[in-house]
Write a protein that binds this ligand. Sequence first.
Ligand code: NAP
Length: 362
Amino acid sequence: MNSKIQVGVLGATGMVGQNYLRLLQNHPWFEVVYLAASPNSAGKTYQEAIAGRWHMRENLPAKFAKIVVEDASQVDKALGKCQMVFSAVEMDKHSILAVEAEWAAKGFGVVSNNSAYRYTDDVPVLIPEINPEHLDILAVQQKQRGWKKGFLVVKPNCSIQSFMIPIYALIKAGYKIDKMIVTTLQAVSGAGYPGPASIDLIDNIIPYIGGEEEKSEIEPVKILGSIKDGKIVSNPDIKISAHCNRVPVTDGHTACVSLQFAGRKPEMADILRIWKEFTAEPQERKLPSAPIPAIVYRDENERPQPQKDRDTGNGMAVTVGRLRKCNVFDYRFSGLHHNTVRGAAGGAILTAELLVARGYVK
Ligand code: NAP
């Protein structure tokens, strides 16, 4: 690529926004030139806006320190400055629907981390390894909304990547899933900053994350769905029951999965081979953020673990382990991914890379 694509980050001061800046600081295709957040941060330099709340382990990249933060709702200010924005603003649903539509209407490609549009049938919820063909809906989206150049793509909830990519590998290999029970153990960073109060979290597990179980049941079947008559239609055949727990882990969501196949069942050795050999469009196109391999299987009984496995593949790979027969369903396993990388900023960057590779952003 001769010159980099100019991009913006909305919600740049937040937990996900900071991860965008960390991951994009030396990106080969994208240059972050525009930062926006709430009216409280607008007008301040980025360094001033995040004073006392920079959560990344490495220092703030110097190139972003002096950029003046804008108000994410003032879309016109970005005109002529960037082509695409990553959205990670924390606002009420109504405001997000309005703001993200305005960015797309004004010609920007929007890749969003928010849940507001995930259930809209002309908006793809993308895991680039699984449903890249859902990007075909963007032509319909632009036509019916009157957007000439802009578009809107969202990434799914941060709870589902750890089980969706291993499950999809089996589906791609020809094994149909009938049902699964998924119990997630979700890190604190998934709640943004400051997250749950420490007194609730230390020495504790909270068996409820508002809206998370519904998202973990609805989003996978949309991702595994297909485009029919100008709409993304969810896969009606797969049933999921989710239990979502908040645990005192900083980063890394774990999922314990029991699954039952419909019809033909693979042998244990088949599953291990399918995971090992799994590759998809991001790997085949060698997108800059694509993990190779996408799925890493650990043989040790005590893996995967957040501390040891969340950074596998630069935080973009899924680590699985503990594959064994299930006494109730067919098989069970544990999966783990980095929630603010693969589950948030990194997953959206991979989506943006796919959009470039498929010609949606030039
Ligand atoms: P966060 O740490 O609370 O950050 C929120 C961001 O939104 C900040 O930049 C904040 O700016 C901005 N903001 C707040 N009110 C605003 C307003 N009225 N107008 C414009 N910007 C406003 O949240 P987060 O964890 O980064 O999450 C951001 C979004 O990503 C949420 O929708 C969340 O559900 C989603 N998400 C998060 C994760 C995760 O693992 N954390 C994963 C997937 C998806 P100020 O600093 O100026 O207040």
